[in-house]
Design a protein around this ligand. Structure first.
Ligand SMILES: [Zn+2]
Length: 163
């Protein structure tokens, strides 16, 4: 489960999870100033499953977003976070994870993206999910995944994390 502030961090978490065949659930929200002086508050929860659509397939991670973010690097602050909207997103994320591990109904175990429009008080499946075909992802071929097992020593070695 990831709730990070940058697209770069999201992309890195997803790469790690795909390499180890771990389902990744990502939460994100933002506040946008509208031309009419008001604000749009909303976000999304993306469930990225190995062998199925990734966040790039869903249009959440794009080269444009990554390069815009890199251009802003070092300019911290000014990104408001709203507790109650994050609470909605966190509950949706927990719902998706619980459905993965203890399904209470017949359901497709597919990647998905649920969008929250806090202005309209709606939760909807992203239109991009409906445009995806059968489970696949050209960004993370399953034959290029690493070991499904995970050893913290490998992560420490790769990131120089202290023991
Ligand atoms: Zn993909």
């Amino acid at each position: 489960m990831g709730a990070v502030d940058t697209f770069k961090a999201r992309a890195e978490l997803e790469v790690f999870c795909r390499a180890h065949l771990i389902p990744y659930c990502d939460l994100g929200m933002d506040v946008h100033k509208l031309n009419n002086g008001g604000y749009f508050v909303g976000g999304q929860v993306a469930l990225s499953l190995p062998g199925d659509a990734c966040m790039r397939c869903m249009g959440l991670i794009t080269e444009r977003r990554l390069s815009q973010e890199a251009a802003r690097y070092g300019r911290a602050g000014g990104m408001p976070q709203v507790v109650w909207t994050n609470g909605v997103l966190a509950s949706v994320a927990v719902n998706l994870i619980i459905q993965l591990f203890t399904p209470w109904q017949e359901t497709d175990r597919r990647s998905t993206c649920i969008e929250f429009d806090a202005n309209q008080n709606t939760l909807t499946t992203s239109h991009r999910i409906g445009e995806l075909g059968p489970p696949s992802c050209r960004h993370f071929p399953t034959n290029e995944a690493g070991s499904p097992s995970f050893d913290i020593r490998d992560l420490r070695a790769a990131t120089r994390m202290p023991a």
